[in-house]
Design a binder for this molecule. Structure first.
Ligand code: ARG
Ligand code: ZN
Length: 873
């Protein structure tokens, strides 16, 4: 069944208050829920019956205004409880029995390593009790939790704890009250034997907030970074957005089994352990940064998501796109803004563009879905953030802030739409964003075809820009969108050329944001003395593809001269793409020596921003090269890229060794952009040298592996060894690593990932062996992702075997997981969905694998939606 945005109706009944009582036992949980219900005055007719959502519940009793209802007064339809002929206002009590210990879907209330926890977004609350499970029903919650005191000394829910006490049989209870009305997807409950790490934060108005991080005792030493990140996030949101925290307590809980990264439940954020726990010895720089970003993201949701929430799930990007934009601004301010922008643009261009061109493509505000869990996508999150970023670019920082203030003030306590967000931005700025709204409605990545000519005599540089938006699943003939296009021009010595749009313009700027609104534009820049080199779409000012006939000379020039660091990086990427592709085109010549020279400069010029250099040295990924191609032959891409890498590493061997030594660790672990860049450079050098089988580098890697004081360097060395041909050294390092860290699930995940992603050891047979490893656990999403997800999503040359064995393997695992955890199964299937993009024999083999999944008995609607849409003609 498909749900359509056009069918939205306001709720027939509202719930003002919810009183919950949880009796938690080992064999299950009894949930008593008392709702204060009234007819919604805004509902166009008089609804006779009250309908509540439910899923996998055993109904024990229903009563209305304290009177037990006979069976003929309600219908238990499984996924709905219909209470017949209800009055205008009443109290309804529902008692249900659930089995958290058998809940492998990890939606609703479930158990994870001995503790009870919840995940209710999007539709998990209906697995706890019957309720109008939609975000536009907002209620005040009071929650009493009862459990055995010795096994579950800590009992948590949203808001403030207002009462606690002892019960018979060694049990106890705690009651929580959340003063803010909220949709049920923000409800949370935790019960366990947890250790508390506490700190405080004093808000801008002087209130002292009690900050608490709850973890399993073995993780006591891994909370500091999350706590620091939380405090920085709270300060940043006050300074940059004027948002102060509203409750007296803010809690974070780490759980090992979690479908996603984390969840912004009001006052009680629940995190996947891997997205919150870190120590220098066990977590890499990348995971430290990820944790900082996710802690901030969930915290920022308190305003963008909780105080102002979504009217319905089609509006998901209202909170996710805006919150990702906010956390990106935070990360940029905490570290290197260029590096952050490069990472975000890479994710967009590699994975979101692919999604936008594939069978699951959808607009930032979708108009239909079968299973909402399938729409927690790169389009909703990342493209949604890019759309907000473009509004920021068009309005400028001050008007954007005015718009966000107005949005929060106008809609505080409401459930609203993306359109309400845009309207607040319009009202605060006076700008017309009506055409801009198409970014929310049209799927697909716009293509800008840019051509230029230089009229030396007239001193005019002409730029023509054509936009077109490709057809996507179910959407054709799209209208031109409103695109902010940032550009600069570079003169012969790399100097910025003033951008005069008319002959006598004084004080012309050196950079402009052109606003594209038509299918075709042409611009003339006056007073240009010599043919300039254009720097296009600076800082990736819009999520679009640019088609411009770059010459290698131009790219080399931009790489060393562009004042926009992002475009310097991008020019390097495009040059490398061009070199790799020319090898594929059978231009069986050598690798262009100018690429080698450019990399040599990067490796040896200490005056360059080392954080940028660390990014510039990374060759475009196979995934990006695939995204740029049609009729993809994965093995050909892999071979060409490998040849370039071989060539660079051989030609630059001494420079790489010098780079490695120059960036030798300095003892203390620091998270500054410079320190991170140093470790990245050092480990890139090591990886390249081991790639070409350098014996000296092998010894260096072994030494680094043995003495490293942090996980970035230890794992960097391990990864380099695992991707090398030094079989004995690789196996020894893997063995040592496992013995050292087998008790730490977050480290074991990394150990799995390194192997599953390896060119050398990540063969299908090796992957199958990892699934048999005692540390592998089908019930734990992180383990599944770190083996199967990494193999199919990142180890492309091994996964895409011409005989289709990788695809059949993935299909089998998807079917297996579909029974226990459909959300994870539906995510895992995605590498198969783009079969049409690939050449034969890959294409048919992928399709066949999808067909075997479709044929599975009792396929979940999660997987069905993805497979069905992928197989549509
Ligand atoms: N709102 C959460 C976040 O972005 C994501 C939770 C999604 N959960 C799910 N089961 N789909 O931060
Ligand atoms: Zn979010």
């Amino acid at each position: 069944r498909t749900i359509y945005l056009s069918e939205y109706r306001v709720p027939a009944f509202l719930v003002d208050h919810v009183d919950l009582r949880f009796e938690l036992f080992e064999q299950g949980a009894r949930v008593h829920s008392t709702l204060d219900v009234r007819r919604n005055p805004d509902y166009p007719e008089r609804a006779e019956h009250l309908e509540l959502d439910g899923d996998s519940l055993r109904l024990e009793a229903v009563s209305l205004n304290g009177v037990t209802l006979e069976a003929d007064h309600y219908q238990d339809q499984g996924d709905k409880l219909v209470v017949l002929s209800v009055p205008d206002q009443f109290q309804l009590t529902v008692v249900t029995w659930i089995e958290p210990q058998n809940n492998t879907r990890l939606e609703g209330l479930y158990k994870s390593s001995g503790m009870f926890c919840t995940q209710c977004e999007a539709e998990g609350f209906r697995c706890i009790t019957f309720f109008p499970d939609r975000p536009d029903v907002m209620a005040r919650f009071r929650t009493r939790i009862e459990a055995d005191k010795s096994s579950y000394p800590v009992l948590l829910s949203n808001g403030n704890d207002i009462e606690r006490g002892e019960l018979a049989d060694g049990r106890h209870f705690v009651t929580w009250e959340d003063p803010f009305p909220k949709p049920c997807y923000l409800f949370a409950l935790v019960a366990g034997d947890l250790l508390l790490k506490q700190d405080t934060f004093t808000t801008c108005s002087g209130r002292e907030i009690d900050l608490r991080i709850y973890v399993e005792p073995r993780n006591a030493t891994k909370c500091e970074h999350a706590m620091d990140s939380l405090q920085r996030s709270m300060r940043w949101d006050e300074t940059v957005y004027g948002r102060e925290y509203d409750l007296d307590i803010f809690m974070i809980v780490a759980v090992d089994d979690f479908n996603m990264g984390a969840m912004e439940n009001k006052g009680l954020n629940i995190f996947n352990s891997s997205c919150v726990l870190a120590s220098p010895e066990t977590a890499t720089d990348a995971s430290f940064q990820r944790i900082e970003a996710i802690v901030a993201h969930e915290y920022f949701h308190n305003w963008s998501g909780n105080r102002v929430t979504c009217r319905d799930w089609f509006q998901l990007s209202l909170k996710e796109g805006f919150t990702v934009f906010r956390d990106a601004g935070f990360s940029a301010d905490m570290g290197s803004p260029i590096v952050k922008r490069i990472e975000d643009a890479t994710l967009m261009r590699t994975a979101q563009f692919a999604e936008d061109a594939g069978p699951m493509s959808h607009p930032v505000r979708p108009s239909s879905y079968m299973e909402i869990s399938n729409f927690y996508t790169l389009t909703i999150y990342e493209k949604g953030a890019e759309v907000v970023r473009m509004i920021h670019t068009l309005l400028g920082p001050d008007l954007f802030r005015k718009g966000s203030d107005l949005y929060f003030e106008r809609h505080d306590g409401q459930a609203v739409t993306t359109d309400d967000f845009v309207r607040a931005m319009e009202d605060a700025s006076g700008r017309d964003l009506s055409q801009f709204r198409l970014w929310y409605e049209q799927a697909g990545t716009p293509v800008l075809t840019v051509r230029d000519e230089f009229d030396a005599e007239a001193g005019i540089y002409r730029l023509s820009i054509e936009q077109s938006i490709p057809d996507t699943a179910g959407q054709t003939d799209k209208k031109p969108q409103h695109i902010p296009f940032a550009l600069g021009l570079l003169g012969p010595d790399g100097e910025a050329v003033p951008l005069r749009l008319s002959e006598n313009e004084a004080d012309a700027p050196l950079e402009r944001v052109l606003e594209l609104t038509e299918a075709r534009h042409s611009f003339e820049f006056h007073g240009v003395q010599t043919q300039p080199v254009p720097s296009l779409l600076r800082e990736f000012s819009a999520p679009v593809r640019v088609d411009y006939p770059w010459t290698r000379e131009q790219l080399l020039f931009l790489m060393s001269h562009d004042s926009d660091g992002f475009n310097r990086w991008d020019a390097g990427q495009q040059l490398a793409v061009d070199v790799i592709r020319s090898l594929m085109d059978g231009e069986n010549g050598a690798v262009d020596e100018r690429l080698v020279d450019a990399y040599r400069v990067l490796l040896n010029d200490p005056a360059l921003d080392q954080a940028l250099v660390a990014k510039m040295l990374l060759l475009p990924s196979e995934a990006y090269l695939i995204e740029l191609s049609n009729d993809v032959d994965v093995q050909a891409i892999h071979e060409a890229r490998t040849r370039v890498l071989d060539h660079l590493a051989n030609a630059l061997r001494d420079d790489l060794l010098a780079c490695f030594h120059r960036n030798a660790g300095s003892g203390d672990y620091q998270l500054t952009p410079e320190a991170i860049a140093g470790r990245s450079l050092r480990n890139t050098a090591l990886a390249w040298l081991l790639h070409i089988g350098d014996q000296e580098a092998c010894t260096l890697a072994q030494q680094q592996f043995d003495v490293a004081g942090n996980m970035t360097d230890r794992l960097g060395a391990l990864r380099a060894l695992v991707n090398s041909r030094f079989v004995a050294e690789r196996e020894a390092a893997l063995e040592t690593f496992y013995q050292c860290w087998e008790a730490d699930p977050q480290v074991v995940e990394q150990w799995f990932s390194v192997q599953a992603g390896s060119q050398q050891s990540g063969t299908l047979e090796a992957i199958k062996a990892l699934l048999q490893h005692p540390a592998f656990d089908w019930k734990n999403p992180n383990k599944v992702r770190s083996v199967i997800g990494v193999f199919a999503g990142q180890n492309l040359a091994q996964f895409h075997q011409p005989d289709g064995s990788g695809y059949r393997f993935l299909a089998d695992q998807v079917c297996r997981l579909d029974d226990s955890n459909p959300q994870i199964a539906a995510r895992l299937v995605s590498p198969l969905t783009r079969w049409k993009k690939f050449a034969q024999p890959y294409c048919s083999a992928m399709k066949e694998a999808l067909e075997t999944v479709r044929a599975k008995d009792g396929l979940s609607k999660d997987v069905y939606e993805v497979v069905h849409k992928s197989l549509r003609p």
